[in-house]
Design a protein around this ligand. Sequence first.
Ligand SMILES: [Zn+2]
Length: 49
Amino acid sequence: MTVVDPVCKMKLDEKDARFKSEYKGKMYYFCALSDKKKFDENPEKYIKS
Ligand SMILES: [Zn+2]
């Protein structure tokens, strides 16, 4: 399953995504720890519902 890193918009394979965060019941995947940290600091900035 392909997922999109919400911070840098890179496409990732879910099974290759080493960094993830759950926010409001939804899982988000990241290519790098730095992206995960940015997301965790301000999730709303990266989420478009
Ligand atoms: Zn990224």
